[in-house]
Design a protein. Structure first.
Lengths: 247, 523
C-alpha cells in the first residue's frame, strides 16, 4: 500500500524527515502530494523504494541517492540527480539545469527538455553506468567533462521547435562515455576536438535497450523513436590533457 | 597567403634528426661521488627512480646523469658509505638580476615542449612572509607566566557555529543550558591535516595521517580522491572532501567522517581545477575514485552546480540533508583578493567552517604560474576575513580554519592570534615522513614513497613509521604552543583567539599593519 505525504506548506527539512521516517518504517511506495519547490527530496536516501511526486520538486531532487525510483508527475527544477549513485528519476515534463551532475549510476529519464550543463562529469565504473535520456532538447554544455556513462538526446518532444537540438559546447573536455543524438546535430554545437560518428551494431543494441525502457516508462512509441538515424559523440582520448605540461 | 611559405622548396624528407633539447644541457643538481668511499654496491641505482645513476658494464663502474637528478637526496641518504653528495650544479649563467637561471631554464623547457610549466609544493617566490615579521608577547614582572608543566593548559578547540547568546535557566539551584548548541567537532589540538588525496599521496601516508589524527584528537582530510576501505574505521577523525570531480563520493563516504569539506579552491592553484594524471590512477586508486585504471582524473575548475553564493547554499544544504544534519560542512576557498566578501557569503550560505588556503599552500601538481603568482598570503587574508566577519557580526556563525605556509608552532600561534580557530598543515606532515621538497610529486615516482602509488615505492614508507613521525611532529608543536601560551600568561588557546594585542610587527608598513590589525613593535 502506498504511503501518502501531503507536502503542502512543509519546509523541505520536515518533508525529508517524513520521507526518511517512512523509509525507516519499511514503506515501499511513497506518494508526495502538493510538492511545491521543496529542495533535496530523497537526498542521500539509500533504499529500494518507489516515490511518486505530484507538483514541482525543487533543487537537487534525489541528490546523492542510492536506490529510490522517483517519478515526477510534472516538471522538476535544477540539479535533479546531483551526484546520484543509483536508482531512477523519471520526469514526465521538463527538468532544469545541471541534471545528473557527476552522476555515477542509475538512470534519469526526462520526457521533454532539459536546461544547461546537463550530465557534466558523469562517470562510469565497473558495472555502474549512469544513463540520462532526454526526450526534448538540451541547453549548452551537455555532457561537459563527461568521464563515463551514456547520454541519449532525442529532440522529439520539445517545447522549443525553433532551437537546435543541443546548445553549444556539447561534450567539451569529454574523456569518457558516449552521447547519442537522434538525427544528428550541427558541428557548430560540438565542443573542441570532438567528432560526430555513425553508430554501429553495438551502439544500436545499447540504444534499443535504454530506449525501450524509456518509452515504456513515458508511454512513447518505441518504433517512432527508433525510426530515425542516431549519431554518437565519443572522446578521442581518455587523456585529453596528457600532453599539456612541460617538466 | 604567406608568399614565403608558398616558396618553400619541397625537398625529399631528411633522415629524422634528434631534436635539440636545450633544457637537458644545464642540470639543476650535481651528483658528486666520492670514489674513495664508493663500494659499487649499486644501491644508488636501485633507489633512484629517475634513473640518474647508471652502471657502465664495459668499464664496470657507476655513472651519473646529472640532468635527471631532481635533488630528492634519496641516494645520498641510502648510500651505505656516505659516498654521495647532491649539490646545486655549479655550472652558472652570467649574473643577471632579471634573467635568473630559473627563468632561463623555464624558457628552455617550454621551447622544447610547448607545454604549461608544472610544479609542486607551494609558492616559491620570496614574497614577504608575514609570519616572519610578527613577534609574540610574553609576561614580565607585572603578570606571571604560566608553566604548562605544572599547570593545566588547554588547547581544546571546538569547531562549528557558536550561538549569538546562551539562554540559561536556574532550577533547583542548578543552571540549565536552554540554547541548543552543536553539533561541534572537538579538537584536542588546533592543528588538522590538510586535504591531500589518496592518489596524490600513498595509502600508507593516509593511514599514518588517520592514525595520528586519532591519537592526537584531531582530524585529517581525505582530499578529493575518495576514502580507501581500510580508513573507514577512522571516521570520527575524518573530514571527507567534496570537490568538483566528485570522485568516490557516495552516501557511505559522506557519512563516513565528522565533516564534509566542499573544496572550491586551493591556495596553490586558485581558479583552476585538479588533474590526477592517468599514470597515477592505479588499480587501487581506480577502486577508491571509482574511475577506470589509467584514465585522467579531472576535476573541473568550478563545481558546475555552483555558480553563485545561492548555489553554494544549495550544495551545503544538499549535503546536510543527505547526512541528516549530523555533519559539519566546511567550505574551502583559496585566499584571493575578495576573500573577505566571499567568506561573508560562505558564512551566510550556511557553512559551519570557512577554510582559507593561502598563496603558499602546497600541492602535488599545479601550473607554476598559478603556484607562484595567483592568490594572496594567508596572513593578510586571515586578518581581513576575521575582521570583516566581526564587523558584520557573523564571526560566531562559522569557525575559521587557515592553511598555506604554516611551518612551525609559532606560525600556528600567530594564526590563532590573528583570528583563526584552527589550522591545517599539509607540507609539514609530508616533510615529517621524509619529503625533501624536491617538487616532483606529479611524476608519481616519489623515491621516498610519499607522493606515489607505485606498489614497489610505497613500501619505502610503512604506515607505522608515517604515523609515528606525524604524531611526533604535532606532539612537539602542541607542547611548544602550550609553552608560548604560558609565557603570554594565557592558560587556554581560547584566550588567544583573535587576540591581536599579543602580536607586534617588525618592519611592516602602515598598510600592512592596518590590514593585519597589529601594532608595530615598540608601540
Amino acid at each position: 500500500m502506498a504511503f501518502e505525504i501531503d507536502a503542502k506548506d512543509l519546509h523541505y527539512r520536515e518533508l525529508n524527515k517524513l520521507i526518511r521516517k517512512a523509509v525507516a518504517e519499511g514503506h515501499k511506495h511513497l506518494i508526495l502530494k502538493n510538492v511545491n519547490g521543496q529542495r533535496y527530496i530523497a537526498a542521500g536516501v539509500s533504499a529500494q523504494i518507489d516515490i511518486d511526486i505530484y507538483g514541482v520538486p525543487g533543487l537537487d531532487l534525489g541528490a546523492f541517492m542510492r536506490g529510490p525510483r522517483i517519478r515526477v508527475h510534472g516538471n522538476t527544477q535544477d540539479g535533479a540527480g546531483n551526484t546520484m549513485d543509483d536508482g531512477k528519476i523519471v520526469v514526465e515534463g521538463m527538468a532544469g539545469d545541471v541534471v545528473g551532475y557527476a552522476m555515477r549510476g542509475g538512470k534519469i529519464f526526462v520526457a521533454s527538455d532539459v536546461g544547461y550543463r546537463v550530465g557534466i562529469h558523469m562517470k562510469a565504473y565497473m558495472d555502474k553506468v549512469p544513463v540520462i535520456v532526454i526526450g526534448g532538447k538540451a541547453g549548452d554544455f551537455l555532457g561537459e567533462y563527461m568521464a563515463g556513462g551514456v547520454i541519449i538526446l532525442l529532440g522529439m518532444y520539445s517545447r522549443y521547435p525553433e532551437r537546435p537540438i543541443a546548445g553549444i559546447f556539447l561534450g567539451t573536455g569529454m574523456h569518457g562515455g558516449v552521447i547519442y543524438v537522434r538525427e544528428g546535430l550541427p558541428e557548430t554545437q560540438l565542443g573542441a576536438a570532438l567528432q560526430i560518428e555513425d553508430i554501429n551494431e553495438e551502439d544500436e543494441k545499447i540504444l534499443r535497450g535504454y530506449l525501450q525502457e524509456y518509452c515504456a516508462d513515458l508511454n512513447y512509441d518505441f518504433n517512432e523513436v527508433m525510426a530515425a538515424k542516431f549519431v554518437k559523440i565519443r572522446p578521442q582520448t581518455h587523456r585529453p590533457y596528457g600532453k599539456l605540461y612541460a617538466y | 597567403m604567406n608568399p614565403q611559405k608558398e616558396n618553400v622548396k619541397t625537398s625529399a624528407p631528411k633522415p629524422r634528426k634528434k631534436k635539440i633539447q636545450f633544457s637537458k644541457f644545464y642540470p639543476d643538481f650535481l651528483i658528486e661521488r666520492d670514489w674513495d668511499k664508493c663500494i659499487k654496491c649499486k644501491i644508488c641505482i636501485r633507489e633512484c627512480t629517475y634513473e640518474a645513476h647508471g652502471w657502465d658494464k664495459k668499464r664496470e663502474t657507476l655513472t651519473e646523469d646529472h640532468s635527471k637528478c631532481v635533488g630528492c637526496h634519496r641516494c645520498e641518504a641510502m648510500c651505505p658509505t656516505g659516498a654521495i653528495t647532491i649539490k646545486r650544479h655549479p655550472s652558472a649563467f652570467r649574473e643577471h638580476d632579471t634573467w635568473k637561471p630559473w627563468f632561463i631554464k623555464n624558457v628552455y623547457k617550454q621551447a622544447d615542449t610547448g607545454g604549461v610549466l608544472l610544479a609542486a609544493t607551494g609558492c616559491a617566490v620570496p614574497f614577504r612572509n608575514y609570519w616572519d615579521h610578527l613577534v609574540l608577547d610574553a609576561c614580565q614582572v607585572t603578570n606571571p607566566p604560566i608553566d604548562p608543566l605544572r599547570e593545566p593548559m588547554e588547547l581544546r578547540t571546538y569547531l562549528g557555529p557558536k550561538p549569538d547568546k546562551l539562554e540559561v535557566t536556574l532550577e533547583d539551584d542548578k543552571f540549565h543550558l536552554q540554547t541548543k548548541v552543536g553539533p561541534w567537532i572537538k579538537l584536542e589540538v588546533p592543528i588538522m591535516f590538510a586535504a591531500m588525496s589518496y592518489g596524490a599521496i600513498s595509502l600508507h601516508v593516509h593511514q599514518g595521517l588517520a592514525r595520528a589524527a586519532k591519537e592526537l584528537g584531531t582530524l585529517y582530510n581525505t582530499g578529493e580522491g575518495g576514502l580507501h576501505a581500510s580508513l573507514y574505521e577512522y571516521g570520527s577523525n575524518t573530514i571527507v572532501q567534496c570537490a568538483s570531480g566528485r570522485f568516490g563520493l557516495h552516501v557511505d563516504y559522506l557519512n563516513a567522517g565528522v565533516a564534509i569539506e566542499i573544496k572550491i579552491g586551493q591556495g596553490a592553484k586558485p581558479g583552476i581545477g585538479g588533474h590526477l594524471p592517468g599514470e597515477k590512477v592505479t588499480e587501487e586508486i581506480s577502486k577508491t575514485r571509482m574511475i577506470p585504471v589509467g584514465s585522467d582524473a579531472i576535476s573541473p575548475a568550478p563545481h558546475h552546480d555552483i555558480y553563485s553564493i545561492e548555489d553554494l547554499r544549495g550544495l551545503i544544504y544538499a549535503l546536510k540533508e543527505a547526512t541528516e544534519y549530523k555533519k559539519l560542512v566546511f567550505v574551502k576557498i583559496a585566499a584571493v583578493h575578495n576573500a573577505p566578501a566571499i567568506a561573508s557569503g560562505i558564512v551566510r550560505a550556511g557553512a559551519d567552517v570557512v577554510v582559507l588556503d593561502g598563496l603558499r599552500g602546497g600541492t602535488g601538481a599545479a601550473p607554476t604560474m598559478f603556484r607562484d603568482y595567483v592568490g594572496i598570503p594567508i596572513e593578510l587574508a586571515l586578518a581581513a576575513v576575521d575582521e570583516r566577519l566581526r564587523q558584520e557580526g557573523i564571526r560566531n556563525q562559522a569557525s575559521l580554519v587557515v592553511s598555506g605556509g604554516i611551518r612551525c608552532s609559532a606560525d600556528v600561534v600567530k594564526a590563532i592570534a590573528l583570528g583563526a580557530d584552527a589550522v591545517y598543515i599539509g607540507t609539514p606532515a609530508l616533510i615529517a615522513v621524509g619529503c625533501t621538497m624536491c617538487g616532483r610529486c606529479f611524476t608519481g615516482k616519489c623515491p621516498w614513497g610519499i607522493a606515489t602509488n607505485n606498489p614497489d615505492l610505497i613500501k619505502r614508507l610503512d604506515p607505522d613509521t608515517a604515523f609515528e613521525k606525524i604524531y611526533n611532529l604535532v606532539h612537539g608543536w602542541a607542547h611548544e604552543i602550550q609553552e608560548l601560551l604560558g609565557a603570554m600568561g594565557l592558560n587556554s588557546i581560547e584566550s588567544l583567539r583573535g587576540n591581536r594585542d599579543k602580536l607586534r610587527a617588525v618592519g611592516l608598513n602602515e598598510v600592512e599593519l592596518r590590514i593585519l590589525g597589529v601594532k608595530h613593535a615598540g608601540e
